[in-house]
Design a protein around this ligand. Structure first.
Ligand SMILES: [Zn+2]
Length: 200
């Protein structure tokens, strides 16, 4: 009776062992499948934003310091096509401050009311440098606008460097020269810093 019991016990242990082995083999297969799936998902996740970023539209806001005594703001709608090439449609406001004739300083009056102009235009921005999270574009554009009493035309030449952030946001800096036809100053050369946020 004792022997039978132990034999029975032995058998049941063996059976358990076998089932355990089977289960762990199945588990191993499942693990490999999960790993493969995760790899595929990771791969797709890493590819999808790159594809999405190539064809996308952004609102861009840039603030510029221009020689001499000039500041400008540019609000743009940017449409990015293939390979980071882009079209930009922009509105630009510009002020040039001066020392005040009456108080001899740069005061609010002489800052805001010395000279102002605005313009609307577009630019083509071919991509000329690409990196993993950044790219550089030439910026070639034209605009029409006005200052306080005249019609103005503008030709815009520059270079823009973009840094891609999370969720399609970008930071950029620009070096640019605006050639203003009939403006108070012919050349406005300077640096712009800005941000772009995705709209679709
Ligand atoms: Zn003043």
């Amino acid at each position: 009776m004792m022997k039978m019991k132990s034999e029975d016990g032995l058998l049941s242990v063996c059976e358990k062992c076998r089932m355990k082995k089977q289960r762990s083999a199945a588990k191993g297969k499942a693990n490999r499948l999960v790993h493969t799936l995760l790899l595929v998902i990771c791969f797709m996740a890493s590819m999808t934003p790159a594809v999405a970023q190539q064809n996308s539209d952004r609102i861009s806001l840039g603030f510029g310091c221009l020689y001499e005594r000039g500041l400008d703001v540019t609000l743009s709608y940017e449409h990015e096509t293939k390979y980071h090439n882009a079209w930009e449609y922009f509105a630009n406001g510009y002020i040039k401050w001066d020392e005040c004739a009456s108080c001899g300083h740069v005061c609010p009056e002489s800052f805001w009311n010395n000279y102002r102009s605005y313009g609307f235009g577009f630019a083509y921005k071919p991509c000329v440098a690409r990196g993993r999270n950044h790219h550089g574009n030439m910026r070639i554009g034209a605009s029409v606008g006005s200052d306080t009493d005249r019609f103005l035309g503008g030709i815009h030449l520059g270079y823009e460097h973009n840094y891609t952030l999370r969720h399609g946001w970008k930071l950029f800096w620009q070096v640019k020269t605006d050639v203003m036809i009939k403006g108070e100053d012919l050349f406005r050369t300077g640096i712009v810093l800005g941000v772009k946020l995705p709209v679709k």
